[in-house]
Design a protein around this ligand. Structure first.
Ligand SMILES: [Zn+2]
Length: 244
């Protein structure tokens, strides 16, 4: 059985004072150690486009495929994460919230979670040109798709794809549901497929089986809490295929 572990990261660095979401921050040294372990363990981090080719029969899957993903598109992904990807030669996918590009995480209430800068388009393009990073959509504004109207959800899903493709000059094939909300709703998943995405990603823990087809389920992901020691990271990766 081949399964696909998908690592889910958010922010690279040290949490600011007052952050209630400290577990969403991974320090550069922990990220480096985790990705080093991935490489040493023989996993092959893939780009979305490579996975697509492998699933449609145009290329072979590596023996131990894996995806490294970052949600939201924080500037610290570029400033502190990208240097590590380059240093180790690790490929990754980043899910962008289109309206926040070059701005801040406006979907958080700043009284509870400080605003921090999001990457801008020039930084995204530079990462894309390195050949190590591809981008997916994480909607226009990061709503909980299960709480908005169908019309609004469709716009969040389809418009973000159109805009990102225009801005990046590449097809955008991957979609991640904000908060994982909608990843188990058939109507929302159908909208994602109809918008032309090849893959969708939720937050349900585990690793999805390959070969994968859209009709099965949104890809599961492995959340790595920022404070977790390396042994726990290793354990999550080892156990992911067995979670049901
Ligand atoms: Zn998000």
């Amino acid at each position: 059985m081949t399964s696909l572990p998908v690592l889910m990261y958010h922010r690279v660095g040290t949490p600011p004072a007052g952050s209630k979401l400290a577990d969403l921050w991974v320090s550069p040294s922990k990220l480096r150690a985790q990705l080093d372990y991935v490489k040493a363990g023989g996993w092959s981090p893939m780009l979305f486009s490579e996975l697509r080719k492998a699933l449609t029969g145009g290329a072979h899957l590596p023996r131990k495929p894996l995806l490294v993903t970052f949600d939201d598109g924080y500037a610290n992904n570029y400033e502190s994460g990208f240097p590590i990807l380059k240093e180790l030669g690790v490929k990754a996918g980043i899910f962008l919230v289109h309206e926040t590009l070059g701005r801040h995480n406006a979907w958080h209430d700043p009284s509870g979670e400080p605003w921090i800068p999001m990457m801008n388009l020039a930084q995204a393009r530079e990462m894309q040109e390195s050949g190590l990073v591809e981008f997916g959509s994480h909607t226009m504004r990061h709503p909980r798709l299960t709480k908005v109207s169908a019309e609004e959800a469709r716009w969040e899903i389809a418009e973000s794809k159109r805009r990102l493709e225009a801005d990046l000059g590449r097809e955008v094939r991957a979609f991640a549901y904000p908060y994982g909300a909608g990843a188990r709703r058939e109507d929302l998943r159908r909208m994602v497929e109809e918008a032309g995405y090849s893959f969708d990603f939720g937050t349900r823990p585990g690793a999805s089986r390959l070969p994968w087809v859209f009709a099965s389920e949104a890809f599961r992901r492995i959340f790595v809490p920022g404070g977790a020691p390396l042994w726990r990271f290793k354990l999550s990766l080892a156990l992911a295929p067995w979670r049901r």
